[in-house]
Design a protein around this ligand. Sequence first.
Ligand code: ATP
Length: 259
Amino acid sequence: MTSTTTTPRSATGSVALHGVTKVYGQGEHAVLALDGVSLDVAPGEFVCLVGASGCGKSTLLNLVAGLDKVSGGRIELGDGVNPGLMFQESALFPWLTVEGNVDVPLKLRRLPRAQRRERVAELLRTVHLAEFGRKRPHQLSGGMRQRVALARTLALDTPVLLMDEPFGALDAMTRDILHDELERIWAERKLTVLFVTHNVREAARLADRIILLSSRPGRIIYSTRVDVPRPRRIDSPEIASIAADVTDRLRTEVGRHGQ
Ligand SMILES: Nc1ncnc2c1ncn2[C@@H]1O[C@H](COP(=O)(O)OP(=O)(O)OP(=O)(O)O)[C@@H](O)[C@H]1O
């Protein structure tokens, strides 16, 4: 297999996977994690990836993020685009304040101090944490820490956001509020979002399109558009009906593997 990496193309915010394959290890211990995954994500599209545990969702995000190399196929991103990645754990620096954490990407980009201060304040307003800039991560709730992580990712000024179960550890109410916040920020900033979740209702609540991956190897087995108008409610009958359809397919897939 050839080792191909992420290559740029002109449409900012677009993400395209062409026959992407990922193999971990070698010989009899080799694990085929992804097998021929092709996916075109339009600029500004919100795509949710769902699938059973171990189907390669995180692998796919890591490849798009450029943290790992594909074993075959290729990934195309817009010119000069470095996607932002967010995880279930906020991964904040505990010794820095909220402002200090959001400032990290700006410092790395060597923006002048005054401009950084302005940007940090604007980003904290965006995630509704303007009053909490001087706090440290341990003084915040889980939901607030994820807001800081989101602000820090937005500080990268990237049009592509990769989110790996970002709200997986939060209670239902906090998650519900963060869905609204993320949807607002996504729409305002015209972001392209690739969002991994185990929670099918969450996928139906957020996505323009839901992609279902099979297990070992990960292949796209189903894709559906969510044409429910926004704003949406996670407990609405339309969302429940789409979630039920995807859940049935997921159950069949999990059953096939005897998991
Ligand atoms: N570094 C690695 N070395 C070997 N195998 C790996 C490695 N990373 C992942 N895998 C294997 O690749 C497959 C896909 O893993 P991945 O973490 O991408 O799945 P996932 O869908 O994100 O799982 P989960 O939903 O449990 O987070 C799994 O079988 C996993 O055991």
